[in-house]
Design a protein around this ligand. Structure first.
Ligand SMILES: *Cc1c(COP(=O)(O)O)cnc(C)c1O
Length: 360
């Protein structure tokens, strides 16, 4: 681990973000906190405990091991495993009280063949074509789910919106919700505890449907899409810092870094910093990224290396070896940086590696 790559997670921001969104939703709508991928790089157990203490009683993880980690840190809540659990791990799902997603009719057979009365939520595919039962065939979909309920404990159904963040494609999203609604209407007698279709973008911009929402990115204070305006009080939870390891003046005409992609047009002060793509800092930010040094923005010059990159600090006086460099934070968001490379804040925070410290 690179001790000079330091990630600080503000758990009060996570809690505040949760409570802010909660207060905007109808009282009866449950928030399922999406804490997959180590809580989007923020630390699975710390974030989940903070949310649990704020009243959250439903969590969503990517795989069975994340589910076990939650249960073993004392989180007494519903935990939905979104991804595929292989047959030889289904006993872990069952004996730890996790809830498994049903990804397809074929997968439902694997689940029933286990002989375990597993708690499940059935995924309905309303147009994303990733996982789920085909909602276009409404009747078959309804009958399949009723059939699963003979062998499995069907506690929920859900679908996933693939363009909820794009107002230009609103009619597609409305169509997805309609297809989902038709399936849900056929399942009245199952008394489902969880009916959910909204991700952060949906919950922020659409009228609610169902009795639960699955919120990920907004809990971490980032935007589902660069164009969505977050409510006030939603603040990023992650700060990522490193240090300057060397400062030097590069003469006019000299180059910086691999590929010599930067040639100094004038004498330039260069600060080399102690994080690179090996720490999950995007190499795509070569020549286009920025970082904050002594409260001021500095531009990345040349290519991001595995363990370093270089900043132009000509206009920032008194930068010296050991100074702190903010990669994310101090007004510079993962969303802003990711947008420069056609990526999303999600990817940047998920990939950030370093020593994680939580601030409570
Ligand atoms: C990741 C994920 C979410 C959360 O999406 P956000 O945009 O982070 O709110 C919700 N549902 C499913 C199925 C997901 O995979």
């Amino acid at each position: 681990m690179n001790v000079l790559s330091q990630i600080q997670v503000d758990l009060n921001a996570v809690k505040r973000n949760y409570l802010t969104i909660k207060s905007r939703l109808p009282y009866e709508v449950k928030i399922m906190a999406v804490v997959k991928n180590d809580a989007y790089g923020h630390g699975l157990t710390e974030v989940s405990k903070a949310l649990f203490s704020s009243g959250c009683r439903a969590f969503v993880v990517a795989n069975v091991d994340e589910g076990l980690a939650l249960k073993s840190c004392g989180i007494n809540a519903d935990v939905l495993v979104l991804g595929y659990t292989p047959a030889d791990r289904l006993l872990d799902v069952y004996s730890n009280g996790l809830t498994q997603s049903v990804l397809s009719p074929e997968y439902a057979r694997i689940l029933t063949d286990s002989g375990l009365k597993l708690k499940v939520h059935v995924a309905i595919d309303t147009g994303m074509n990733r996982v789920g039962l085909d909602a276009d065939n409404t009747l078959k979909c309804i009958n399949d789910i009723k059939d699963f309920a003979k062998h499995l404990e069907v506690e929920g159904v859900f679908t996933h919106l693939c363009v909820a963040d794009d107002p230009m494609q609103r009619s597609f999203t409305v169509g997805q919700i309609d297809r989902f609604r038709r399936v849900v209407e056929g399942l009245g007698d199952l008394n489902l505890k969880y009916i959910h279709c909204m991700n952060s973008a949906g919950a922020l911009t659409l009228p609610p449907f169902g009795n639960a929402v699955r919120l990920g990115i907004v809990l971490y204070g980032l935007k589902p899409n660069a164009h969505i305006v977050l409510p006030p009080n939603i603040l990023p939870a992650m700060t990522w810092k490193t240090s300057v390891c060397m400062v030097k003046t590069v003469k006019k005409g000299e180059s910086v870094g691999y590929g010599r992609t930067f040639i100094a047009e004038k004498d330039t002060r260069i600060a080399t910093v102690c994080v690179g793509y090996g720490d999950g800092y995007p190499r795509a930010l070569s020549s286009v990224g920025q970082a904050v040094v002594n409260g001021k923005r500095a531009k990345i010059v040349g290519r991001v290396c595995m363990n370093h990159f270089m900043l132009d600090v000509t206009d920032i006086p008194f930068v010296t070896q050991g100074d702190a460099v903010t990669l994310i934070g101090d007004g510079l968001t993962a969303d802003e940086l990711a947008d420069k490379t056609g990526s999303i804040g999600y990817e940047m925070v998920c990939n950030a590696k370093g020593v994680v410290k939580v601030k409570t």
